[in-house]
Design a protein around this ligand. Structure first.
Ligand SMILES: Cc1cc2nc3c(=O)[nH]c(=O)nc-3n(C[C@H](O)[C@H](O)[C@H](O)COP(=O)(O)OP(=O)(O)OC[C@H]3O[C@@H](n4cnc5c(N)ncnc54)[C@H](O)[C@@H]3O)c2cc1C
Length: 382
C-alpha cells in the first residue's frame, strides 16, 4: 500500500477522536436508527460538539475554519465504520452548508450556519422531483414573485434529511420557460405554512439515513430567503456538485476498503472442503484484483482531494472520480458478498448491509450515466 501523504498529525488525532466517538456513541444506536429510519437529533448535537459537522466552516460562522480534509476524515470514518446512516452528515456538512456559505448574504450566513455547525439545525438540498431527477432544468416546482415574497408550489422526492430537516435549499422555477436560467434556490424552513413532509421513504439500503418527499402548497417564502441571485440556481448547483461528487467518492472508497478488510478476515477463517476459503486460487486472485484496484483508486482520489484544496478540481474530473470510485465500490462489494457465500446475504453481516447501502452511490449525486455524459461531452468538444 502506498503511504498516504494527505493528512498531518493533528488530522490523524482528529481521525482517532472521530473513530472512537463513532464506535462508542453511534454503533450501539445504529440498529435503532435503521428501524426508525433516521438518526436521533441528540446524536446530531453530540456530533456537533465533537466538531464533526461542517468542520470547514470559517470561525465567524461557528466552525473551526479548517480545510476540507477534516470533512474527508469524517466521511472516511463514517464509511469505514459501516454506519451508513451517518452519510446523512455528508449531505449536511459537505453539500447544504456550502450553498449558504458560497451564495448566501451575510445575514443568511449568520442566521443559518452556526446552528448547522452545532447540529441544532439539520440541512437538506431538494432538487429532485417525481418527474425530474437527472434533468434538473425540467423541475416543475414554481416560485411566483408576489412582491415581498415568493409563493412556492410543487413537490420534491428522494430528499436526504428531508424528514428531519430544519432548513432546505430548494431548487425552484422563478421563470417558467427559461430553462436553466429560470432556476433559483430558496431557503425554506421547517414549519412554514404549506410546507409539509411526507413519509420517510422505504429504501433498499441506507435505512438509518432519512429520505423523504416534501410538499409545497402556497408556501409564502420571504424574498430575503432567496440564495444568491434569481435565475442563477442551476449554475450554483452545477458549480458545487464537484464537492458533492468528491465527498461521495471519499466515503465510497473508505466503505470498499473496509469491506475488503472484513472479507480478508472472513475467508481466512471460513473453511470449505477442509481448507480455508482463502486458499482457493479464485479467492486469492479476487482479493489481489480488488486490492490493486483500490490502491490505484486511492492515489487518484487523494490527488483529487489535493486538487480540490487548491481550488482546481473541475466538474469533469469530479465526474470521472465519482464514476470510477462508485463503480469500483459496487463491483468490489458484490465480489465480497460472493466470497462470504450464504452469509453474505444475511442482514446481520456488515458486508450485506454495505452491499445494499452502496447501490445508491451510482444513482445519486448525478447518476453514473450522467457522469459519462459530462465526461464525453468535454472530450468530444475538443
Ligand atoms: C438514496 C437517495 C438519496 C437521494 N438524495 C437526494 C437529495 O438529497 N436531494 C435531491 O435533490 N435528490 C436526491 N436523490 C435523487 C437523485 O439525485 C436522483 O434519483 C438521480 O439524480 C436520478 O434521477 P431519477 O431518479 O429521476 O432518474 P431518471 O433521471 O429518471 O433516470 C433514469 C435512468 O435514466 C438514465 N438517464 C437519465 N438521463 C440520461 C441521459 N441523458 N443519458 C443517459 N442516461 C440517462 C439515468 O442514469 C437512470 O439510469 C436521492 C436519490 C437516492 C436514491
Amino acid at each position: 500500500m502506498i503511504a498516504r501523504t494527505l493528512f498531518d498529525s493533528d488530522m490523524e488525532l482528529f481521525r482517532d477522536t472521530v473513530r472512537k466517538f463513532l464506535a462508542a456513541e453511534a454503533a450501539p444506536l445504529h440498529e435503532k436508527w435503521e428501524a426508525q429510519k433516521f438518526v436521533d437529533r441528540d446524536f446530531w448535537l453530540k456530533a456537533g460538539e465533537q466538531g464533526m459537522l461542517c468542520p470547514q466552516m470559517p470561525e465567524q460562522y461557528g466552525g473551526f475554519g479548517v480545510d476540507f480534509r477534516y470533512n474527508c476524515i469524517v466521511d472516511e470514518e463514517i464509511g469505514r465504520s459501516g454506519l451508513s446512516g451517518l452519510t446523512t452528515f455528508l449531505m449536511h456538512s459537505d453539500i447544504v452548508c456550502e450553498y449558504i456559505l458560497h451564495y448566501g448574504n451575510e445575514r443568511q450566513k449568520q442566521h443559518y450556519l452556526p446552528k448547522m455547525v452545532s447540529g441544532e439545525s439539520i440541512g437538506a438540498l431538494a432538487m429532485s422531483e417525481p418527474g425530474a431527477g437527472s434533468d434538473v432544468k425540467s423541475i416543475k416546482t414554481t416560485a411566483i414573485d408576489c412582491g415581498d415574497h415568493y409563493l412556492v408550489n410543487g413537490s420534491k422526492t428522494f430528499i436526504t434529511n428531508g424528514f428531519c430537516s430544519d432548513i432546505v435549499v430548494v431548487a425552484v422555477k422563478t421563470e417558467l420557460n427559461a430553462g436553466a436560467r429560470g432556476v433559483s434556490l430558496l431557503i425554506l424552513e421547517s414549519g412554514m405554512a404549506g410546507f409539509d413532509k411526507g413519509q420517510k421513504l422505504n429504501k433498499a439500503g441506507g435505512h438509518a439515513c432519512d429520505t423523504a418527499e416534501l410538499f409545497f402548497d402556497d408556501v409564502k417564502v420571504p424574498k430575503e430567503n432567496l440564495l444568491g441571485e434569481e435565475g442563477q440556481g442551476f449554475y450554483y448547483l452545477m458549480s458545487d456538485l464537484a464537492q458533492e461528487r468528491l465527498a461521495v467518492a471519499v466515503n465510497g472508497l473508505a466503505v470498499a476498503e473496509s469491506v475488503l478488510e472484513q472479507t480478508i478476515d472472513y475467508v481466512q477463517q471460513r473453511k470449505a472442503f477442509g481448507k480455508q476459503v482463502s486458499s482457493f486460487q479464485n479467492t486469492r486472485f479476487k482479493i489481489a484484483e480488488m486490492s490493486t484496484e483500490m490502491s490505484v483508486a486511492r492515489v487518484y482520489l487523494d490527488r483529487c482531494i489535493e486538487l480540490h484544496l487548491e481550488g482546481k478540481l473541475d466538474g469533469v474530473e469530479a465526474a470521472k472520480l465519482k464514476l470510477h470510485i462508485t463503480d469500483l465500490q459496487c463491483k468490489a462489494i458484490d465480489e465480497c458478498v460472493q466470497l462470504h457465500g450464504g452469509y453474505g446475504y444475511m442482514w446481520e453481516y456488515p458486508v450485506t448491509r454495505a452491499w445494499a447501502d452502496s447501490r445508491a452511490q451510482r444513482i445519486y449525486a448525478g447518476s453514473n450515466e450522467i457522469m459519462k455524459e459530462i465526461i464525453s461531452r468535454e472530450i468530444l468538444a475538443r
